[in-house]
Design a binder for this molecule. Structure first.
Ligand SMILES: CC(C)(COP(=O)(O)OP(=O)(O)OC[C@H]1O[C@@H](n2cnc3c(N)ncnc32)[C@H](O)[C@@H]1OP(=O)(O)O)[C@@H](O)C(=O)NCCC(=O)NCCS
Length: 158
């Protein structure tokens, strides 16, 4: 049974460790901005005391930016539940939109977000190549054997 719970300040070390394991470093970088776990909110999906999913986000200035989303047990509804939890949080905070950044190789995520109401907003050509200069763990070849180069921004209007 997978249960969601909001993150607290005590979770920061585990978020950092999760990002190291899944995203190659203890910060996330999108549109040239560096995100640190201690400045973020979000939800963990837990099963038997173990994290099987994580979503992090930043709320402010009337919008919510999702800074990471992972599900380790795919196609069981966990990613959708994590997304819904953040959307509800954003609505309660009075946000006008939820935005996020993904990458050109991530065909699965592009489908996942668009099926859940997100629309493409921007293409930042070569943005991942720039980020790789400060985060060299980012591979040259990403998912699906696709060269990992660009950022794609999506938004969901609330
Ligand atoms: C993108 C991601 C978060 C989705 O998480 P997930 O847990 O697989 O998401 P869900 O299970 O809610 O939905 C995935 C699909 O499984 C389907 N599904 C859900 N429960 C299911 C079930 N019991 N049986 C069959 N299919 C099911 C959903 O309908 C969905 O398909 P759809 O998009 O065609 O509607 C996950 O694939 C992931 O972590 N990817 C790697 C990290 C990543 O790329 N993150 C995004 C970075 S921007």
């Amino acid at each position: 049974m997978v249960e969601l719970r909001p993150l607290s300040a005590a979770d920061v070390p585990e978020v950092r460790q999760w990002w190291r394991e899944h995203w190659g470093g203890d910060t996330m970088i999108a549109h040239g901005e560096v995100f640190h776990p201690e400045a973020l909110e979000g939800f963990a999906a837990e099963e038997g005391g173990r994290w099987v999913g994580l979503i992090t986000c930043r709320l402010g200035q009337g919008e919510c930016e999702i800074t990471s989303l992972d599900s380790l047990q795919e196609r069981q509804g966990t990613g959708t539940r994590l997304m819904q939890a953040v959307i509800q949080k954003a609505r309660e905070a009075g946000c006008r939109r939820v935005r996020l950044t993904t990458t050109n190789d991530n065909l699965n995520a592009l489908g996942f977000y668009q099926k859940r109401g997100f629309a493409l907003l921007a293409l930042r050509q070569g943005a991942v190549d720039e980020t790789r200069k400060v985060k060299p763990a980012i591979p040259l070849i990403g998912q699906n054997g696709i060269p990992l180069r660009d950022e794609l921004e999506l938004e969901l209007l609330l």
